[in-house]
Design a protein around this ligand. Structure first.
Ligand code: P53
Length: 477
C-alpha cells in the first residue's frame, strides 16, 4: 500500500527561469531573452531583439548557472531523489542551425548532471521547455520544417553526450499549452510562433496546427533515436493537464466540456496511440485546415510512442454552454465560468486537489502508460518574518491535499504513478508573468521583480515538511 519503493520525489524547474547567465560561455539568445517582465494581470511583451532600458527577468533568473552546487546541496538536504530541469537549447546551438555544438554549453550540463548524481538525485531532463534559440523563432519556429531537423540534431547531440548520466527525458514541455494561445495572452507560442498582427484567426490557427504536426514528428524521431542511443532511456511526453468540467448536467454543458477536453487529449492520444484521432481529422476537414505532411511522417509518428506520460497539474476549470467571463487569464477558453465549489489563487488559478486524482485516472485509463507528475505547486505572494523565515502553511496545505489524492490514485484506483516533483522548488522567474514575487519555492530567494535583492537562499517551512514526506515515502503528510 502507499507509494512504491522506487517512487521519484523531487523538484522541477526550467533552464530559462533560473539559470540566468543568458549571454555567457557562447550561449545565444533564446526566445525567452526578449520577453519583458509583466505583472499579475499584465501580459509580458515580446520585443524585437533586446532593447535598452527594458526589464528582461530571464537574463538573470536566480543565477543558478553559478550557484547550482550550493542550491543542489539544499535539494539533497530535503532528500530529493530526482530533479527535473531543462537544457537551454541555445547554450548547445546558439543560433539553432549550426552544424557543430558549443562545447562550453555541453560541458556545463555535464557538470550539472554529475552534481545531481553525486548528490543522489536522478536527473529528469526536458529537451525544450518553452524555449528555442531566438534565430529559430524568427524562422517561424516549428511551422518551419527546417526547425524539426535542428531539434533532432540538438536532441541527438545531448542524448548522445549524456547517455550515461541521464535516463529520464521529456520532449516538449506542456506541448498542449499552445492550444490556449490563440488569444494574445502569451506573447508567443511554445512552438516558437511569434504573433503576426496581420494574420487572420484562421491563419494563426493553421500555423499552430502545422507547428503541432511538426513537433509530433520531431518528438517521435527523438524517442526513436533516444532508444537507439541507449535502450534503457525512458522517454516521455509532457502535458499541461487542466481538466475542464461541465458547469451543470445540462447536456450541452457536458458536450462542450468533452469537445474542449479534446484539445488536451489529442496530444496524449497521438503520443501513446501513434496516430491522429478521428475527431481531429474531422475537425481539420470541417474547419479547412490543411496540414503539410511529408511522405513517411505518419509512420514516424507511429514509431515514436512514448514510454510514459508526464504532466503538470495546477488547477481545474469549468465551462458553460451559455458562455461567461473568463476566470483565468492564462486559460482563456470559450465559455469558462468560475467553479463555485473551489477557491482560486491570487492569480485566478482554481485549486482542486480532487481534480488531480480525476486527471490521473482519466489519463491512465485512456492511454495505459505510467504517469509522472512533473509539476504541481502554488504561486503565492510571500515575505519573510523578522527572522528571515517564511512560514508558508498554505503551500503545505496545497501540496498535502494534492499528494493525498496521488496516493488515492495509486492505492484505490491502481494508477501507476512514477514520481512527483514540486514545481519551482526554489523561487524562480514566473513563466506567465515574469514576476519573482509569484513564488512557488520551498526555498526562498531574496530578489524582487526588478532584480534587486541579495539573491540569498533560505528554507521555508514547507521545505521541512516536504523533507519528512520524502523520508516517510509519503506516509506522513
Ligand atoms: P507560472 C499556465 C498554465 C499552466 C501551466 O506557471 C503553465 C502556465 C504558464 O503560465 O506553465 C507551467 O510561472 C510551466 C512552467 C511555469 C509553471 O507552469 O506562469 O511548465 O514553466 O512556470 C507555473 O505561474
Amino acid at each position: 500500500m502507499g507509494f512504491p519503493k522506487d517512487f521519484l520525489w523531487g523538484g522541477a524547474v526550467a533552464a530559462h527561469q533560473l539559470e540566468g547567465a543568458w549571454n555567457v560561455d557562447g550561449r545565444g539568445p533564446s526566445i525567452c531573452d526578449v520577453l519583458t517582465g509583466g505583472a499579475n494581470g499584465v501580459a509580458r511583451e515580446i520585443t524585437d531583439g533586446v532593447m535598452e532600458g527594458k526589464n528582461y527577468p530571464n537574463h538573470r533568473g536566480i543565477d543558478y548557472y553559478h550557484t547550482f552546487r550550493e542550491d543542489n546541496a539544499l535539494f539533497r538536504d530535503m532528500g530529493f531523489n530526482c530533479f527535473r530541469t531543462s537544457i537551454s537549447w541555445s547554450r548547445i546551438f546558439p543560433n539553432g542551425d549550426e552544424e557543430e555544438p558549443n562545447e562550453a554549453g555541453l560541458q556545463f550540463y555535464e557538470e550539472l548532471f554529475s552534481d545531481y548524481r553525486a548528490k543522489g538525485m536522478e536527473p529528469v531532463v526536458t529537451l525544450s521547455h518553452f524555449e528555442m534559440p531566438l534565430h529559430l523563432a524568427r524562422m517561424g519556429g516549428f511551422t518551419n520544417r527546417k526547425v524539426v531537423d535542428c531539434f533532432v540534431r540538438f536532441a541527438t547531440t545531448v542524448m548522445e553526450r549524456y547517455k550515461n548520466q541521464v535516463t529520464y527525458w521529456l520532449t516538449f514541455n506542456e506541448v498542449d499549452n499552445q492550444m490556449n494561445m490563440h488569444t494574445p495572452i502569451f506573447p508567443y507560442t511554445n512552438s516558437g510562433i511569434i504573433p503576426d498582427p496581420d494574420a487572420s484567426p484562421h491563419e494563426v490557427e493553421q500555423r499552430i496546427w502545422q507547428a503541432i504536426h511538426n513537433e509530433f514528428v520531431a518528438a517521435a524521431i527523438a524517442v526513436r533515436t533516444g532508444h537507439e542511443i541507449n535502450p534503457d532511456f525512458r522517454i516521455g511526453c509532457m502535458l499541461s493537464f487542466v481538466p475542464i468540467y461541465p458547469q451543470t448536467c445540462r447536456p450541452d454543458d457536458v458536450m462542450l466540456a468533452q469537445m474542449q477536453m479534446r484539445d488536451r487529449y489529442l496530444f496524449g492520444d497521438v503520443y501513446t496511440h501513434g496516430e491522429y484521432p478521428k475527431y481531429l481529422i474531422k475537425r481539420w476537414e470541417r474547419e479547412g485546415f490543411d496540414i503539410n505532411m511529408e511522405p513517411g511522417d505518419l509512420e514516424i509518428i507511429q514509431g515514436g510512442i512514448v514510454d510514459f506520460v508526464s504532466l503538470s497539474y495546477y488547477m481545474s476549470t469549468a465551462v458553460s454552454s451559455e458562455g461567461a467571463t473568463s476566470v483565468s487569464m492564462e486559460h482563456n477558453l470559450k465559455g469558462l465560468v468560475p467553479n463555485p465549489y473551489i477557491e482560486a489563487t491570487d492569480w485566478g488559478w482554481q485549486i482542486d486537489p480532487v481534480g488531480l486524482r480525476y486527471s490521473l485516472c482519466e489519463m491512465y485509463e485512456r492511454w495505459n502508460k505510467p504517469l509522472f507528475i512533473v509539476e504541481n505547486g502554488v504561486g503565492m505572494y510571500e515575505t519573510c518574518d523578522e527572522n528571515g523565515f517564511v512560514a508558508d502553511d498554505s503551500r503545505i496545505a496545497y501540496l498535502r491535499s494534492h499528494i493525498e489524492q496521488v496516493k488515492k490514485a495509486i492505492d484505490f484506483d491502481g494508477v501507476p504513478v512514477m514520481g512527483y516533483t514540486v514545481w519551482g522548488c526554489i523561487d524562480v522567474v514566473s513563466f506567465g508573468t515574469g514576476e519573482m514575487k509569484k513564488r512557488y519555492g520551498l526555498i526562498y530567494v531574496d530578489a524582487d521583480d526588478e532584480g534587486n535583492g541579495t539573491y540569498c537562499r533560505s528554507r521555508k517551512k514547507s521545505s521541512y515538511w516536504y523533507q519528512n514526506v520524502i523520508a516517510t515515502n509519503g506516509e506522513e503528510l
